[in-house]
Design a protein around this ligand. Structure first.
Ligand code: GUN
Ligand code: ZN
Length: 438
C-alpha cells in the first residue's frame, strides 16, 4: 500500500558543509511512502497528478513542517531516571549519581521497563535513531535491543565495558567485555534495523588490556560502531595523562588500541589538541556535540567552527542524563547559545543538519536515514509550529521554514512534535488535547 503525506517538507538530500545552500524545501510538498521506504518526494502539484488514480492512504499535514526523523548521536539509556540531578562536575557526578543508578540495571526486568520508557521519550521528541550507551550488564543491552526491535527502530547501541576505576559491583573484566560484546554483535548487529556499538565507557575506566581486546573486535567486525567519551573535562584529561603516560594525548590512548576509525563517534571533544583534531579527520571518525550536557556539568564549550574548518563530521546529541532534555529541538537551541558565547554562528539550517543528514553522515548511515531521498527508510517527523498561544503569536506571519525552525529550537520541545513515523508507520502521535489553542 502506498501512503502519501502532504506538508511543507524540508531536508538535506546530500552531505554538505553548506547546509544553508544545500537544502531542499517544498512549501506545498508531498512525500510518498511504500513498503517502509520513501518512494518519491516533490511539489504537491506534480505528485498529486501522478498518484491521482492510484489507491493510496492520504495524510494532509498542510501548514505543518515535515522533516527527517531526528538522530541523537550520543545518550545513555540507563540515565533516563537521573536526568537533572543537582549539579556536580563530571567525575563526582559519575561517582555520586551515575554508577549507583546504573547498578539497578543488573535486573533484566528493570532494564526492560526503563528501555520502553526511554524509547517512548525518544519518539515523543521526534528522535527516530540514537547512538546509545547501555550499562555494563549484557542483559540490559539485550533488553534495549529487544525493545527497539519491537518498534522497528534504527538503533545503534552497546554494552558499556569498564574493568577499573569504578565500583567493583559495576565492573567486568577485559576478557568478559570482549566475550560479551562479541556475543551481542553476533546476536544484534545488522539484525532488522539494529547495529552494535563497541562501548568502552572512557579511557579511565578501561585497562590497556581491555582496550586492546575491544580493539581486536573493532578490527574483526569493521562494520560495527565504536562509541566513547573524549576530552570532556579538564580533570578527566589530566587523569587520562597520568593513567596512560606513554600516550601522546587523550585520543592517542584510543588510537593505540585501534579504536579510531570510520563509525567511531567520540562524545564531547571540548579541549582537543591540534594533533587530536588532525587524527579525527584522518581516520574519518566523528564527534557528538552535546551542548546541554556540557553546560550542565560545566565541562566547556564545543568549538563548532573548528570542527567545520577541520572537516570532522559532527552530530548533535542530548547526552541524557548529563544532558538536560530528550528534545533535540531544544538541544539545537542550546547549541546556538554555545556558539554565541564564542562569537560563532549556528544557523537554523545548520542546526537541523546536525540532527539529520549531518548526524547520519557522522554515523555513516546516510544511505538509510537522515534525509528524505527516494530509497531511504521512511523515518520522519511532522512538526506542529503553532503548538501554544505564544508560538501562535510568534509564528502567525511566518512562512519561512528557517524562522519557524529557529523559533522552535528556542520555544519548542515535545509539544512541537505532531507525530513521529518509523519505517512508514505511525510510532507516536501527540494528543490533540495538549494543543492550548483548541
Ligand atoms: N564520561 C564517562 N562516562 C560518562 C557519562 O556517563 N556521561 C558523561 N557525560 N561523561 C562520561
Ligand atoms: Zn555520555
Amino acid at each position: 500500500m502506498i501512503t502519501i503525506f502532504r506538508a511543507s517538507i524540508l531536508h538535506f538530500p546530500k552531505t554538505t558543509n553548506q547546509p544553508d545552500a544545500d537544502f531542499e524545501y517544498f512549501a506545498d510538498g508531498m512525500l510518498v511512502v511504500e513498503d517502509a521506504k520513501i518512494k518519491a518526494i516533490g511539489p504537491s502539484s506534480e505528485l498529486t497528478r501522478q498518484y491521482e488514480h492510484i489507491p493510496c492512504l492520504r495524510h494532509d499535514y498542510s501548514g505543518k513542517l515535515l522533516i527527517p526523523g531526528l538522530i541523537d548521536s550520543h545518550l545513555h539509556f540507563p540515565q533516563t531516571e537521573m536526568i537533572a540531578c543537582y549539579g556536580e562536575k563530571l567525575l563526582d557526578w559519575l561517582e555520586n549519581y551515575t554508577f549507583p543508578t546504573e547498578r539497578k540495571f543488573a535486573e533484566p526486568e528493570y532494564a526492560s521497563k526503563v528501555a520502553d520508557i526511554f524509547l517512548d521519550q525518544l519518539l515523543r521528541n521526534g528522535t527516530t535513531t540514537g547512538l546509545v550507551y547501555s550499562t555494563v550488564h549484557k542483559s540490559a543491552a539485550d533488553s534495549l535491543f529487544s525493545a527497539a526491535q519491537q518498534k522497528n527502530m534504527c538503533l545503534v547501541a552497546g554494552k558499556v565495558c569498564m574493568d577499573r576505576n569504578c565500583p567493583d559491583w559495576l565492573q567486568d573484566t577485559a576478557e568478559k567485555a570482549q566475550r560479551e560484546s562479541a556475543e551481542l554483535i553476533e546476536q544484534w548487529h545488522e539484525k532488522d534495523r539494529l547495529y552494535y556499538a563497541l562501548t568502552p565507557r572512557f579511557a579511565p575506566t578501561s585497562t590497556e588490556k581491555q582496550l586492546a581486546l575491544i580493539g581486536e573486535l573493532a578490527e574483526q567486525y569493521p562494520s560495527t560502531f565504536i562509541q566513547t567519551h573524549l576530552s570532556e573535562d579538564t580533570k578527566e584529561i589530566d587523569w587520562v595523562k597520568s593513567l596512560f603516560p606513554s600516550a601522546k594525548n587523550y585520543l592517542d590512548v584510543y588510537e593505540q588500541h585501534h579504536l579510531v576509525r570510520k563509525r567511531a563517534v567520540f562524545g564531547h571533544c571540548l579541549h582537543l589538541e591540534n594533533e587530536e583534531w588532525q587524527l579525527l579527520k584522518e581516520r574519518e571518525a566523528s564527534i557528538a556535540f552535546c551542548p546541554t550536557s556540557n553546560l550542565f556539568l560545566g565541562s566547556g564549550l564545543f568549538d563548532y567552527e573548528r570542527s567545520k574548518a577541520e572537516g570532522v563530521s559532527v552530530g548533535l546529541a542530548t547526552d541524557v542524563g548529563a544532558g538536560t532534555s530528550f528534545s533535540l529541538l531544544k538541544t539545537m537551541g542550546e547549541a546556538y547559545k554555545v556558539c554565541q558565547l564564542q562569537n560563532q554562528k549556528l544557523s537554523a539550517l545548520s542546526g537541523l543538519y546536525l540532527m539529520t543528514q549531518g548526524a547520519a553522515t557522522a554515523l555513516d548511515l546516510q544511505d538509510k536515514i537522515g534525509n528524505l531521498n527516494p530509497g531511504t527508510d521512511a523515518d520522519f517527523v511532522v512538526l506542529e509550529p503553532k503548538f501554544d498561544a505564544l508560538t501562535e503569536l510568534r509564528l502567525s506571519n511566518s512562512t519561512d521554514p528557517k524562522d519557524i525552525l529557529f523559533a522552535l529550537s528556542l520555544l519548542g520541545d515535545d509539544r512541537a512534535i505532531n507525530s513521529t513515523w518509523v519505517a512508514g508507520e505511525l510510532a507516536y502521535k501527540q494528543k490533540e488535547a495538549i494543543n492550548a489553542m483548541a
